[in-house]
Design a protein around this ligand. Structure first.
Ligand SMILES: [Mg+2]
Length: 385
């Protein structure tokens, strides 16, 4: 099996509602979808959501890195077995760096998009599931977290009630506004004492502000604080981690293995937020989660706002297969998107539960007709048939 065609689609999938946090507000997904075809006729799908304020990547850079660095390597390889295909996927970035030492450190989104398409393709061809990459399943089901965006108190009340009624036990709240304390107080009251509530400030504070905010919210039993201060302030993160007892989670500060090593060396956090589209797809994220486990750092599997069933499926396999994840986000599907793009419904429902996916590759069937109306640009990377 040899990949011969790679099409990158820029897609704006409409949301049912606006999603807001301290760095951005959006009402469409701004996704990059990859459709890869093999000489055997098999087709695989990949996805990434490049965010300049997270990895520094843009849609343009994702197309460029794939066109000039990753796709040419994949295209050279003919995989005779599933194991061989996994080996190619795993070493893709390493090989690209050997050829082009000047590649930027953070190419996680670019790698994620093309890696997922290749793994889905290989899985479909060799009739193997991406879930098999992780060995034995670590859990029978997943309990996803709900996310409450940086909205008004009234909207927050409505969302909290909906989540409580839906039986969600884990909630992440976007903070960094003036009424954080009011909002968290309300959410704790509505969700009840047993709910696990954590917060994400998306770099809204400086160290002093973060310490004050954390102290004032402590009474509401917050289980972790994500990215309280700007991503590049590693010394600040180090000071903060040592100044407060609530665990500090890094998100925008953690995009690559270089970042992971630096954070561990400085002991600048307690938890890593790993997101497939940020950390280099399945193999890039797996490398970071293995490293975290060896270094006694906890991990959350996070997601990007607006992921389709492609990244939901990849995340589902990852969450089923990786041991010790503290929190799991993803599979928001039609909670956020007007329509998802696969035949299977991956959106979590009651209690936030997600079940294992079966079937080859990602275990989903993408419906191209649902994507087509929202394509804003397409790039054909190459065909050597
Ligand atoms: Mg975050």
């Amino acid at each position: 099996m040899k990949p011969v065609q790679c099409e990158i689609l820029e897609v704006e999938l409409p949301f049912r509602l606006k999603f807001k946090h301290s760095l951005h507000e959006r009402s469409t997904s701004s996704s990059v979808l990859v459709r890869m075809t093999a000489d055997t006729g098999d087709v695989g799908w990949g996805e990434a959501l490049p965010r300049e304020y997270v990895t520094g990547e843009t849609v343009r850079s994702v197309v460029d890195v794939n066109e000039n660095h990753l796709w040419p390597i994949l295209q050279e390889n003919r995989a005779a077995s599933w194991e061989e295909a996994l080996d190619f996927a795993k070493n893709l970035e390493k090989k690209a760096r050997e050829r082009h030492p000047g590649l930027p450190d953070r190419i996680g989104s670019a790698r994620c998009a093309i890696e997922l398409a290749y793994l889905d393709l290989a899985g479909k061809h060799f009739r193997r599931s991406i879930g098999e990459i992780f060995g034995q399943r670590k859990r029978e089901w997943i309990e996803y977290s709900g996310v409450i965006s940086g909205d008004s108190l009234m909207k927050v009340t409505k969302t909290s009630l909906k989540m409580r009624l839906g039986g969600l036990r884990f909630v992440k709240v976007k903070v960094g506004g003036r009424d954080d304390k009011e909002r968290i107080k309300r959410i704790r009251f509505l969700m009840g004492p047993k709910a696990d509530i954590r917060i994400d400030a998306n770099a809204a504070w400086n160290v002093t502000e973060a310490i004050a905010a954390i102290q004032s919210l402590k009474q509401y039993n917050i289980s972790s604080i994500e990215q309280p201060i700007p991503a590049d302030d590693y010394e600040g993160l180090q000071a903060l981690t040592h100044a407060v007892t609530t665990p500090i989670m890094v998100d925008e500060s953690l995009c690559s293995m270089t970042d992971a090593r630096k954070l561990v060396t400085l002991d600048a956090c307690d938890y890593f937020n790993i997101r497939l589209s940020k950390c280099g797809g399945i193999f890039g994220s797996l490398e970071i989660s293995d490293f975290a486990r060896n270094q006694d750092k906890g991990c959350q599997l996070g997601c990007q706002v607006g992921e389709t069933a492609i990244l939901s499926a990849a995340g589902r396999h990852f969450a089923m297969g990786v041991a010790g994840l503290k929190f799991i986000e993803g599979s928001y599907g039609t909670h956020l998107l007007e329509q998802d793009i696969s035949k299977e419904d991956l959106t979590f429902h009651r209690r936030g539960i997600g079940k294992p996916l079966h079937g080859p590759g990602l275990g989903i069937n993408v419906i191209p007709e649902r994507i087509e109306p929202h394509v804003t640009c397409r790039h054909q990377l190459g065909d050597d048939k």
